[in-house]
Ligand binder design. Structure first.
Ligand SMILES: Cc1ncc(COP(=O)(O)O)c(C=O)c1O
Length: 409
């Protein structure tokens, strides 16, 4: 067996199942889950219909192997979207690639980029820098690629911006890959241009690659849409050297089951990534390609989806703010709330007791972060995914307020 598999941590939902073992949720309440970050708004009909009719279209049916690089039409759909969303002109032949959801791509990219045998003068191997808290795939990708993850904490005092300055120079020197998540899961923080500049400067100095996870980019609460990594590079007058961004239809188009996204950026990196993906067998099914072309070509459903989240967050956030340390995030569909003063600030105990007494599921923040330098930045926080319908989220929020008030007395 590959010994690196032993290094993988249990997924947060596995830990949640264990935490809830033996808990009987109060039967007086119907269950509401704010635990899993899975979109629940319906997938637009035109996407499903395109998927369906593609099965009977000889160009898109299942009778041939699809190319790993996707069809020219699919790649043009990506670059058309990049033009209208960010004003960027990318070469569809070399600067974009389809992926089967951003998760597999975020994982596979580390396997393409990392050289596990490269050591510094002291015999230390490669490092992958990740935000903390973070999307757990980054850690697993780093470990299975033979690198060591290094966690940079997000700072609640600066709207959860990641404290990149806290990463020692000796760590940057060994860094081969940096994961950025903007908008962030779970914090919802969007990285501004000056932080991008800082990271580009570090990448220029140390030669590491930046993987920018942007799958929440279309769900935002400010007027201004979140800045993309490639957009930031263009604004700073740079090219896309050592920069690849990841996006997806899962959140934008409420289609997590479609498994469709794409990557964009540095042509040399994408050439190597295509080679890796060809061997790995990561081509996108032709009907999925057809449905993806339709989805990337339509913005009306994205605007409607965003409006739904905006209305929901506008109703739910003030209710929760009565009892918890919580505010409207920049973007994403999570609330990242402080629970100090309740259950002694123990986020796991909070989640367990809340389920037992009010039948509401939330995710303990410490499960989404790692202890680094004696500090777990998720401790004392919970993540609530506002993916259910507004009425259900409001009901959950009211129960949480009751729970907090009864436990603070
Ligand atoms: C931060 C982040 N990145 C990537 C993904 C993967 O999404 P998908 O594979 O559906 O594109 C998720 C899913 O929840 C996520 O939260």
């Amino acid at each position: 067996m590959n010994p690196l598999l032993q290094k993988l941590q249990p997924y947060p939902f596995e830990r949640l199942r264990k935490l809830f073992e033996g808990v009987t949720p109060n039967p007086a309440y119907r269950p509401i889950s704010l635990g899993i970050g899975e979109p629940k708004h319906p997938t637009p009909d035109f996407i499903k219909q395109t998927l369906n009719s593609a099965l009977y279209d000889p160009v898109n049916d299942l009778a041939a192997y699809p190319p790993t690089a996707g069809t020219p039409k699919l790649r043009a759909a990506f670059t058309d979207w990049l033009k209208q969303r960010y004003g960027l002109e990318l070469d569809p032949a070399t600067q974009v690639l389809p992926v089967n959801g951003s998760r597999e791509a975020l994982f596979a990219f580390a396997q393409t980029v990392i050289d596990p045998n490269k050591q510094d003068g002291q015999g230390n191997g490669p490092v992958v820098v990740c935000p903390n808290p973070f999307y757990q795939i980054y850690e697993g990708a780093a470990l299975l690629a033979g690198a060591k993850p290094y966690f940079a904490p997000s700072d609640p005092k600066r709207n959860f911006a990641v404290d990149w300055d806290s990463v020692p120079d000796a760590v940057w020197q060994r860094t081969q890959l940096l994961y950025v998540c903007s908008p962030g899961n779970p914090t919802g923080a969007v990285m501004p241009l000056d932080e991008w500049k800082k990271l580009f400067d570090l990448s220029d100095r140390h030669g590491f690659v930046i993987a920018s996870d942007e799958c929440y980019s279309e769900i935002y609460f400010r007027d201004e849409p979140p800045l993309g990594g490639l957009e930031a590079a263009a604004k700073l007058g740079r090219g896309f050297e050592r920069l690849v961004a990841f996006t997806s239809l899962s959140k934008r188009s409420n289609a997590p089951g479609l498994r469709s996204g794409f990557v964009m950026g540095d042509a040399a990196l994408l050439k190597a990534f295509l080679l890796y993906r060809t061997y790995h067998g990561s081509a996108m099914a032709p009907p999925t390609q057809a449905a993806s072309i339709a989805a990337w070509g339509d913005e009306a459903h994205v605007v409607a989806n965003r409006e739904q989240y905006r209305a929901k967050f506008a109703r739910v956030t003030p209710i929760l703010a009565e009892a918890l340390d919580v505010a409207l995030p920049d973007a994403g569909f999570y609330l990242w709330a402080g629970v100090r003063g309740v259950c002694s600030g123990d986020d796991a105990a909070f989640a367990r007791e809340l389920l037992a007494q009010y039948n509401v599921t939330v995710l303990p923040g410490s499960y989404l972060a790692r202890e680094a330098n004696q500090f777990n930045p998720g401790r004392g926080r919970i993540r609530m995914a506002l993916v259910a319908e507004t009425a259900e989220c409001e009901e959950a929020a009211r129960r949480i307020v009751q729970f907090v008030q009864s436990h603070s007395q």
